[in-house]
Design a protein around this ligand. Structure first.
Ligand SMILES: Nc1ncnc2c1ncn2[C@@H]1O[C@H](COP(=O)(O)OP(=O)(O)OP(=O)(O)O)[C@@H](O)[C@H]1O
Ligand code: SF4
Ligand SMILES: [Mg+2]
Length: 337
């Protein structure tokens, strides 16, 4: 295995009862995450970013399920594992220790009834049984210092509602990193924070990644966040990857009209006297995808064949993948989905 994580043909189904056919929420998703790589997943709301990462964590639950053809291989410290075949107990051992996650709303991930220290201890003791109380306390303290929390001794004794959103997100990062995971999944970790705090949290994450040898999957709807934090990015649209490239290539050699639209909406931000740009229309509802390219009714480059034929994800230059008929020249097809 050449990567830390190799996802192949990820497809997620939604069960709608016996009388209705299942709906495919995501399909044909292939991702390779390298060791120590910061990988971004970007796309509008409802494109399938979160469920893709829930699938990695083994956290999909009824009415959602993984399609049988999906493979997610992970290079754990004990060797290579196929995450989709692990038992719930084996997955629990991987979660929090080898792969951990931070969410948009830290309040929902923390228990309001317990102090910060007991929640850090719980994360620690679930995977490490040999530490004394003193050692756990010292480790928790060191961890809060690493995420630059002022007065860490006092914060350890506090309850979640005593802390601001930015401080809570730092606590979540501390909990996510305390077992030194190989992969950290950050699902919109800064969306709920104001801009200044957002920048501080992103700086902190960049800094910590260096010291921890951790790979990060950063999920966001904001290409600005991707530009600041990631080396490679996959653009999701309506449950598919429509473009994937190294960050500089994506920004300077943008190939997919949807990515062009996302970029235009970022660059129009802050331009005085110009109306804010947004891509017209909305992401189609899962299960109601018309034929052809899923972006066709919003695309200003739409051609006749776009309405009836689905373009494949193809390598248009080394390492740069795009799903669009405009790039239907000599190139290699990556996935037929
Ligand atoms: N538990 C569920 N039951 C039914 N549909 C679901 C469920 N979870 C997600 N979906 C659907 O799956 C699709 C992808 O959802 P997902 O949460 O992954 O989107 P997202 O890209 O993370 O969006 P956001 O930016 O809003 O977080 C959406 O159409 C959503 O409605
Ligand atoms: S395939 Fe056609 S409709 Fe789809 S993004 Fe490309 S040009 Fe637009
Ligand atoms: Mg989401």
């Amino acid at each position: 295995m050449n990567h830390l994580l190799e996802m192949r043909s990820l497809a997620i189904n939604l069960y709608r009862g016996k009388k209705l056919p299942q709906v495919r929420l995501c399909e044909g998703i292939d991702l390779d995450i390298n060791v120590r790589q910061n990988f971004g997943i970007v796309g509008e709301s409802g494109c399938g970013k979160s469920i893709t990462c829930s699938a990695i964590m083994g956290l999909l639950s009824y009415p959602l399920s993984l399609d049988k053809g999906t493979s997610i291989r992970f290079a754990s410290t004990d060797g290579e594992v196929e995450l989709t075949r692990l038992s719930p107990q084996q997955l629990r051992r991987i979660r929090g220790k080898e792969i951990s996650m931070i969410f948009q709303e830290p309040m929902t991930a923390l228990d309001p009834m317990y102090t910060i220290e007991s929640q850090i201890n719980e994360a620690l003791s679930f995977h490490t049984t040999s530490l004394s109380h003193r050692e756990m306390h010292d480790l928790a303290l060191t961890m809060l210092e690493k995420v630059k929390i002022p007065r860490p001794d006092q914060i350890l004794a506090d309850y979640p509602h005593h802390l601001s959103g930015g401080m809570l997100q730092r606590v979540m990062i501390a909990i996510a990193l305390i077992n030194n995971p190989r992969l950290l999944i950050a699902d919109e970790p800064t969306t709920a924070l104001d801009v200044t705090i957002q920048a501080q949290i992103l700086d902190l994450m960049n800094e910590l990644r260096e010291g921890y040898n951790t790979s990060v999957i950063m999920i966001t709807h904001d290409l600005g966040v991707i530009a600041e934090t990631c080396e490679r990015v996959a653009v999701f649209y309506a449950g598919q990857v429509v473009e994937q490239a190294e960050i500089n290539e994506l920004f300077h050699e943008t190939a997919h009209p949807y990515t062009m639209g996302l970029l235009k909406s970022v660059t129009s931000l802050g331009k005085i006297n110009e109306p804010l740009y947004s891509i017209s229309g909305a992401v189609p509802t899962a299960g109601a995808f018309a034929g052809g390219c899923r972006f066709h009714d919003r695309c200003t480059h739409c051609m006749e064949r776009c309405r009836t034929e689905m373009p494949a994800l193809s390598e248009i230059s080394p390492g740069h993948l795009c799903r669009c008929w405009m790039h239907d020249n000599a190139h290699e097809e990556v996935t037929g989905a």
